[in-house]
Ligand binder design. Structure first.
Ligand code: GDP
Ligand code: IMO
Ligand code: MG
Length: 418
């Protein structure tokens, strides 16, 4: 049966999307990224072997799948080929499996420099970006001066526009930020210089997705970042520069909302955030240490420690609505093993300084471990009641529970494709 399933992060990213995409890929003929760029870091673990992906969709470990990069994704060509090389060196077949949209905006070396210069200038007010040029590349797209994959076909006009953009970027870098400029040769090498390598991978993603659906094949849409990092609906200005919610699929892949059948929200059993910005349920001390070390909460892209906190059901309730979630997948339940207190945020109250303070409900803790459990009936009753409370508070049922990083460490109550 042809089914289109969407996977969305419901928090501030790093919910474990990559693991679940990899797990569900055998049911799909295509896995497609529709927004973001190589600011994402999606980790897959199969029989103890770890693969971290930034740009290549998380279906790549499977042979019979096409991995597509939709036009909503901002593309760094040097990064794309470095990631492909790394995968192939690890014995993973990539060649012939990746299709890149001709509409993808290109990330230039000057975008990276602008991203970093801006963060330095902001000092304490910085956003804490991944420093990969994502924001400036989206800015150029919206300003209608950006260079896209399809522009590579006309080398003369590409070069003309590249010179104009570089002149503008260098003006800001030198005159406003007081930083060094970026050379033309470096910009040419990382775009036109890689054109021939990219040519066999370019395609019309929208047409291809529609064709496959017509043939009865299934599609898996892989969200990057998370709902609370959405440029419009997230915790602005501490957000990424793309729309991360389900609505981004139409623009990012040229697929209409009626052809989406099932929207799975991935949510950690607690909350993390990497980078700056509000985080009402953030904790410190021993609880933070437990979550951080047991959950190995260090960014997969930048290696920065992730801030940790309690589960925020109040935020999830909102996110469930704005994504029309069909169901939830709760990940990292095992990280709560061994805690002598578990809290869940059910609402906020506004403090006199305007800050949002969480209202908590205390949940029963469990003895022993849920790590690696593959059947719901093997979970302690307290863990089941924790999951049930998440369902009640968010108004969405849980179809998948993850109990460890490995593909096998999963409880599938209902398969989204079946
Ligand atoms: P993504 O960006 O949403 O794909 O998530 P990341 O890969 O950045 O971060 C999730 C981290 O948690 C990775 O290191 C995963 O291997 C790991 N992980 C995923 N699911 C589980 C789980 O259920 N339990 C534990 N302990 N780790 C998990
Ligand atoms: P995945 O797909 C967590 C955060 C950055 C920063 C903000 C803006 O692995 O869940 P950017 O470089 O996008 O301009 O940074 O967004 N951020 C992420 N946080 N997971 C991610 O991706 C993220 N991608 C961006 O830390 O706070
Ligand atoms: Mg990540």
């Amino acid at each position: 049966m042809n089914k289109s399933v969407v996977l969305i992060g419901t928090q501030w990213g790093d919910e474990g999307k990559g693991k679940i995409v990899d797990l569900l890929t055998p049911h799909a003929s295509v896995v497609v990224r529709f927004q973001g760029g190589h600011n994402a870091g999606h980790t897959l673990v199969v029989k103890g072997k770890k693969t971290v992906l930034h740009l290549i969709p998380s279906g790549i470990l499977h042979e019979e799948v096409t991995c597509m990069i939709g036009g909503g994704v901002v593309l760094s060509l040097p990064h794309l080929f470095a990631e492909i090389n790394e995968l192939e060196e690890a014995g993973i077949t990539v060649s012939g499996k990746v299709l890149v949209s001709e509409k993808c905006p290109l990330i230039l070396p000057s975008h990276v420099e602008l991203d970093r210069a801006r963060e330095r200038k902001l000092g304490e007010k910085k956003i804490g970006t991944t420093g990969r040029g994502i924001g400036p590349a989206y800015e150029d797209k919206v300003a209608r001066r950006g260079l896209r994959v399809k522009d590579l076909f006309d080398e003369r006009s590409f070069l003309e526009q590249l010179k104009i953009n570089l002149e503008y970027h260098n003006f800001i870098l030198e005159k406003y930020y007081g930083e060094s400029s970026v050379g033309l040769q470096e910009s040419v090498d990382s775009t036109l210089g890689l054109k021939d390598k990219l040519l066999p991978m370019i395609g019309d993603i929208s047409k291809e997705l529609r064709k496959r659906r017509g043939e009865g094949k299934s599609t898996l849409f892989e969200g990057a970042q998370g709902s609370l990092l959405d440029i419009d609906q997230g915790t602005y200005p501490f957000v990424t520069s793309s729309n991360t919610n389900v609505g981004a699929i139409s623009g990012g892949c040229g697929v209409g909302p009626k052809s989406l059948d099932y929207i799975l929200g991935i949510t950690k059993a607690y909350t993390t955030r990497v980078g700056e910005g509000p985080f009402p349920t953030e904790v410190d001390g021993l609880i933070a240490q437990h979550l951080s070390s047991k959950g190995k909460e260090f960014g997969s892209t930048t290696g920065r420690p992730r801030r940790c906190g309690w589960f925020d059901a109040n935020a999830l309730k909102e996110v469930a609505q704005l994504n029309s979630l069909t169901a939830l997948c709760v990940t990292k339940l095992d990280v709560l093993d061994g805690l002598d207190q578990i809290l869940i945020c059910t609402d906020y109250k506004e403090a006199s300084n305007g800050e949002l303070k969480p209202i908590y409900e205390e949940m029963p803790v469990w003895e022993g471990s849920v790590a690696g459990v593959t059947s719901k009936s093997d979970l302690p009753v307290e863990a089941i009641s924790y999951l049930k409370r998440i369902e009640e508070l968010s108004g969405v049922g849980i179809d998948i529970i993850s109990t460890g990083p490995d593909r096998e460490d999963t409880i599938i109550e209902k398969n989204p494709f079946c």
